[in-house]
Design a protein around this ligand. Structure first.
Ligand SMILES: [Zn+2]
Length: 502
């Protein structure tokens, strides 16, 4: 499905005629709300974007993991580009940087787990689903897939209960969300019945999720200091998740379960990178069009086909290179309002940089007119893309969406997907990037993206797989939107009654 009928409606709203939106008279009528195409659009060059992307996605930055030296080194490189393009620093203390603390909570390496004769390294050979301090030795009982009949046959009180994961979602949610809800709910049921530990064994479907997510559990939980998910929880029954090949031995009778788990929590730095191109209008320059992206990715992890570096070329070196190109255009031809460029750190650890910046902005929060967020813009069909935040309940400014759709029509003319913006879409894509914390504050916000692909969050997300012509068009689209917003008399209105579904 595409969105062309909507674009037609927005042309009407902007005073263009449907019959021929590009005639001189249409341009004249349109002058009140838009200015003509900026000369500096030519400053957005595919060659620059490609060169910058290859730098950031290079193995030397080792996947730019949030809270590591690799993220900090890539961030220093980005700040150097801002300086050489000629933008003002707009972070803390006259620098391009806004440092903030990540809180990380994980099992200590001295934690142990033994099932029968199998000595397992916690979060390496077996996932510990929720970090907890626990010291438990108990007999292990296997209850099949834990149907009520199977559980009814056994007294689970005081036992470690092992079961095989089963089933699939019936209500349209993704299998991953189904699985995590199942791990949580089934463990809660069994511990309520008296189990002192719960051991899940993957079936084939769960194994596919285990392969990817075990690395995430291994790293522990991340948040901003004070977040509930990084507090050391009260002692609770350990919940263990095993790979599918453990079934043959985990189901054997007469085994002992024994574990000693210790949790630690500590803080270390991540950083947002912030630059400003001042506007030309004495009053309007106090307001900002905020271009947003994130510089971090997933770092170096267990190798896939011999490659351990998750380069994050699409996710999100595309957004980083796009913003540098947009800076060059604004430097060459400033708009009436100021342009603010914010690279958010530690997005992959839970939108932490954008949560921090939106709560502690280096310009007054009310002065942020819109947020245009760049997230994964260089893959999939060359002629299609998506604008998240363009339909209810995710749309928080009809004005902004109209300007963005008109900019698409005036520029790249992408066929726009609207399926991924629906609250019923299983991926919940709208909730997975840096515009979200701003939208929650009521700031008009949209996300430009070319959506998911098979190389997402794998070592195959490399610079050689990016469609640079498409990425350049995505960049132009963002720029044209921001240019229009930055030059209008009025800032885009906020949608009354905006309320996200979660
Ligand atoms: Zn991303």
């Amino acid at each position: 499905m595409n969105i062309t009928h909507k674009a037609a409606v927005s042309c009407l709203l902007l005073g263009l005629t449907l019959a021929d939106p590009h005639t001189a008279s249409a341009q004249k009528k349109n002058r009140q709300t838009t200015t003509k195409a900026p000369k500096a659009e030519a400053a957005i060059r595919e060659a620059d974007i490609k060169r910058d992307l290859y730098v950031l996605a290079d193995d030397k930055y080792r996947g730019r993991e949030g809270g590591t030296l690799d993220e900090l080194r890539a961030s220093a490189w980005i700040a150097e580009q801002m300086r050489s393009i000629g933008l003002e620093p707009a972070g803390d203390d006259g620098t391009y940087f806004q440092f903030f603390s990540l809180q990380r909570t994980r099992l200590t390496p001295v934690s142990t787990l033994r099932i029968g004769s199998h000595q397992l390294r916690p979060n390496h050979d077996a996932v510990i689903v929720a970090p907890t301090n626990a010291s438990i030795t108990a007999p292990l009982v296997f209850v099949g897939t834990a149907t009520p009949a199977e559980v009814g046959k056994v007294d689970v009180k005081g036992k470690a209960v092992a079961l095989q994961i089963s089933g699939a979602p019936t209500d349209g949610i993704s299998y991953r969300r189904y699985l995590f809800a199942k791990l949580r709910d089934q463990a809660a049921e069994l511990t309520k019945a008296g189990a002192v530990a719960v051991v899940f064994v993957s079936d084939d479907k769960a194994q596919a999720i285990y392969d990817h997510w075990s690395h995430i559990f291994e790293r522990g939980r991340y948040g901003l200091p004070g977040d509930a998910n990084v507090q050391v929880p009260a002692d609770q029954a350990p919940v263990v998740w095993l790979p599918a090949d453990a079934l043959s031995w985990a189901r054997q009778a007469g085994q002992q379960f024994s574990t000693n788990l210790k949790v630690e929590t500590f803080a270390y730095p991540s950083v947002n990178i912030v630059a400003r191109m001042p506007g030309t209008d004495a009053q309007l320059k106090k307001e900002y069009v905020l271009f947003s992206t994130h510089q971090d990715h997933d770092g170096a992890r267990a190798p896939v086909a011999g490659d351990s570096i998750y380069n994050g070329a699409d996710d999100n070196a595309t957004g980083c290179a796009a913003l540098l190109a947009i800076m060059r255009a604004f430097k060459q031809q400033p708009a009436r309002r100021s342009a603010l460029f914010v690279y958010h750190g530690a997005e992959e650890r839970g939108l932490l940089g954008s949560r921090y910046y939106s709560a502690n902005p280096t310009v007054p929060q009310e002065s942020i007119v819109v947020v245009l967020n760049a997230e994964m813009m260089g893959r999939n069909d060359p002629d299609s893309a998506a604008l998240l935040g363009s339909t209810p309940p995710h749309r928080n400014s009809q004005d902004l969406v109209d300007i963005a759709l008109a900019a698409n029509q005036a520029g790249p003319r992408f066929k726009l997907d609207i399926e991924w913006d629906k609250p019923t879409h299983p991926e919940g894509w709208y909730f997975r990037s840096d515009h979200l914390p701003y939208a929650r504050l009521g700031i008009p916000a949209v996300m430009y993206t070319s959506l998911l692909h098979v190389d997402y969050h794998t070592p195959k997300d490399e610079a050689s797989r990016i469609d640079y012509a498409k990425l350049t068009k995505m960049t132009q689209w963002m720029y044209l939107t921001g240019w229009q917003v930055a030059n209008r008399d009025q800032r885009p209105a906020r949608e009354a009654g905006f309320k996200l579904e979660r």
